[in-house]
Unconditional design. Structure first.
Length: 272
């Protein structure tokens, strides 16, 4: 839903999940946020972080996409430097580096040193790390996340399409019980229809012949919020119109193709 422009600030039917994640953030409890593609995991995280105070937001370091261990550690250190973490700033400034030379400084350090700085900063700070759209973590990546969680006592919030070892690799043992997992299920029919009507209005679909449109959208989307929004956005494109009717099956096929291409791009950019 965050990509839909006019609906970028709209979230319906996720009040319970938002409350759970907000509570976990304030209690510093690691959580796995999981659900099918387009269930709204990323949007949920973004909306909860956006609702925190400015001081709390600065303590939330967010990563999305594939990454090597070095890339993830470097990104976290950039976030900590931007937040003014005293440990990270002291190490960077001691080498006469700064904001504009930070990337070069990071590239010059060994991974062992970067990890040591990250662990020291996390252990003495009050941070929360968010990891989204990460391919199934390898043993080394899972070990890195576990060290942050258990050695540094710093929560890690991982977003995934499932919670089994097949879906989150070796990280599954860190989120082994329901109390460590927040599931985003399909919306109830009532809430899905509410979101659908908002999409129809915001994407200017009311001028079209919508006979059967609502039922088919709910069926094709399986009541997943991202699917509803993205298919309605496609349906507003004149390429999918035949007279004043929407060629919804074509919309659905193109939506699936776009989703599959995005997943392939995310996987293909991963370097173990």
């Amino acid at each position: 839903m965050a990509t839909a422009g006019v609906l970028s600030h709209v979230m319906v039917g996720r009040e319970r999940e938002m409350h759970r994640l907000r509570t976990a953030i304030r209690k510093r409890e690691s959580q796995l946020i999981w659900g099918h593609c387009d269930a709204g995991k990323t949007f949920l995280i973004q909306r909860v972080i956006a609702g925190l105070s400015e001081a709390e937001r600065r303590k939330c370091i967010y990563w999305t996409g594939p990454a090597t261990g070095r890339q993830l550690v470097s990104h976290f250190l950039r976030g900590l430097y931007a937040a003014g973490d005293p440990v990270v700033c002291r190490k960077v400034h001691a080498d006469r580096a700064g904001e504009f030379t930070l990337d070069r400084w990071l590239n010059m350090q060994s991974l062992l040193r970067l990890r040591g700085i990250l662990f020291s900063a996390a252990e003495h700070g009050d941070y929360r790390f968010f990891v989204d759209h990460l391919p199934s973590p390898t043993h080394k990546m899972a070990h890195l996340l576990k060290e942050i969680m258990y050695r540094c006592k710093t929560p890690v919030y991982l977003a995934s399409r499932g919670y089994s070892q097949r879906e989150i690799g070796y990280a599954w043992s860190s989120y082994w019980a329901d109390e460590y997992r927040i599931q985003l299920e399909p919306l109830t029919e009532t809430v899905a229809r509410e979101l659908l009507e908002m999409c129809i209005s915001n994407f200017g679909l009311r001028s079209l012949d919508l006979a059967g449109f609502r039922e088919e959208i709910l069926q094709f989307s399986e009541r997943l919020p991202g699917s509803i929004v993205k298919m309605c956005k496609l349906a507003a494109d004149a390429r999918y119109h035949y007279g004043d009717r929407v060629k919804l099956k074509l919309v659905h096929v193109d939506y699936l193709m776009q989703s599959n291409q995005l997943a392939m791009n995310q996987t293909s950019t991963f370097v173990p």
